[in-house]
Design a protein around this ligand. Sequence first.
Ligand SMILES: Nc1ncnc2c1ncn2[C@@H]1O[C@H](COP(=O)(O)OP(=O)(O)OP(=O)(O)O)[C@@H](O)[C@H]1O
Ligand SMILES: [Mg+2]
Length: 576
Amino acid sequence: LLHVQFYCTCNLMCKIAIITSSGYAKMLGNRLKIRVLSDETINKIAAGEVIENPASVVKELVENAIDAGASEIRVEMRGGGLQLIRVADNGSGMNQDEALLCWERHATSKIRSAEDLLRLQTMGFRGEALASIASISKVTLLTSQGDIGTKIEIEGGRLLQTVSAARARGTTIEVRSLFYNIPARKKFQKSAAITGAEIRRAVAMISLAYPEIAFSLFDGEREALSLLPSQSFLHRASDVLGEDFCKNTHPLQSEQFQGFVGHALQNRSNRSGQYLFINRRFLTSSSISYAVKDGFATRIAETRFPIYLLFLTLSPESFDVNVHPQKKEVRFQDEMALKQKIREAVRQALNEQSVTYTPQFTFFPNEEMGTISPCEKIDFPRLLMKEPVLFEEKPHFFGLFCHYLLLEEEGKLALVDLVAARARIAFEQMTQENEKVQKQGLLFPITFELGALEAREVLALLELLDEIGIAIRPFGDNAFIVDALIPFIEEASIPQVIVEMIHELEGFALEEKRRESARILSSKLQHGKKSFVLQEAIALYEALKKIPSHAFCPRGKKTIIRLDSHDIKKRLFEKA
Ligand SMILES: Nc1ncnc2c1ncn2[C@@H]1O[C@H](COP(=O)(O)OP(=O)(O)OP(=O)(O)O)[C@@H](O)[C@H]1O
Ligand SMILES: [Mg+2]
């Protein structure tokens, strides 16, 4: 209950002391337009800010488990988290009183006063998450400190029962029927496939900063993520983001900055490859993103974004996470100085490696080609070609190796990546004004269903999809059928590619949408068939030749590399 002492003084003559605000409101009956909201309503409103989707629930519960000192966290979901989310940890657990108190708004064990916010060592501090979650779902808590455990059931913020129950030390929180009592919010949730993917991403992001904790994620019975404890950030990053993401990168090594920036060729068209952690908290910050990009200077094109995994360690008082309801953004005390330091750290990291990466020409940037050992200094100016390289009139073709065409060009040995070339050519066709890409009819048309919102977005894109090579039409309520496709695309991936497109295209102007969707679709061609006959390969090479800026595929990977005898000699003299 609110205990508000409210004094109203009128001309010093009348003085009314009202003990509770609700009492005051009652006394004045319905004459007042302004009312104090009930706790239940207050919690639901706060939940609207803290809990945006099922992934926010998972984030809050996993963060609580980390704060409780867990070394093992298991997450389960059903129906993309809307049906069920269960998070179990082996952390400190709670005694019965704490187990009851933790559901109260502003109940927290993590801070005692506002000053503690300046010394924050925990992920949580507001005491809002559990109250918010409980007000909009059906919750069961099972917790124990190693002795008698407690089981509590809450529905829509109302306590249903408390009983003693057995459990090893730790806590399990089960959240069922999320948003069941706020239909408007429920209606705007994305499909289970997407909310499930958001949960996977949420767990993956948190896990990157806590390699010493074992994480597992189950989607129904299926294990979607399984991470063993490790002492190294890099190890965990490679498990979560993939080896390719972490390969050939430039490490950042200082007390304040850890992690790495990718090499210039790993750039992307958006910020999807940028992972920032401050004091082990996953955050987004456009100013840090700009600072890293500045560190790359002219190494990458203006419209592209470098990839990075950056762990900053800052003193808690030098930044504020209390500026965003889900703690996803930060404000810095001295942003200018921090940006300057990051720029410098990135610049140094890029310079320390002797391998010179440029978007135009790189020695051996490609994974398949191996890398040059970092201690070797090589003088590259001759190789750094700024202009697109012109093809020779009559090249001499040597043959094929894997999916590379080998030929002699301008006295150099050239290797054409045929898969990348195919994607580049397709991209060019897809973006030609007033032209449609050639499609192949499918023996078995693909049908799929989407959420109402996504379906609406796809309906608006039917013509564009047809132009870039996906013949698609509506097929009943929120369902679609695809009966012809651009060749070399994996048919089963089409529904997912379309969903990815509608999300990526958000915010793009109409004229940019075609280019962007072409980039997404053509980059999927890289997964298509990888065996070629010589004639086919030569035809691809000839087609590539006609494109003015043919040096890169739509993903920014090179389509062709050239080695002269000097380069080959270098390789031969390289120590084993
Ligand atoms: N898994 C857990 N193990 C042990 N104690 C927990 C666990 N989850 C929550 N608690 C206790 O319940 C309290 C309330 O949790 P809640 O997430 O609502 O708030 P918070 O973590 O303190 O702050 P925030 O709202 O910023 O997350 C915590 O402060 C903690 O003491
Ligand atoms: Mg919390």
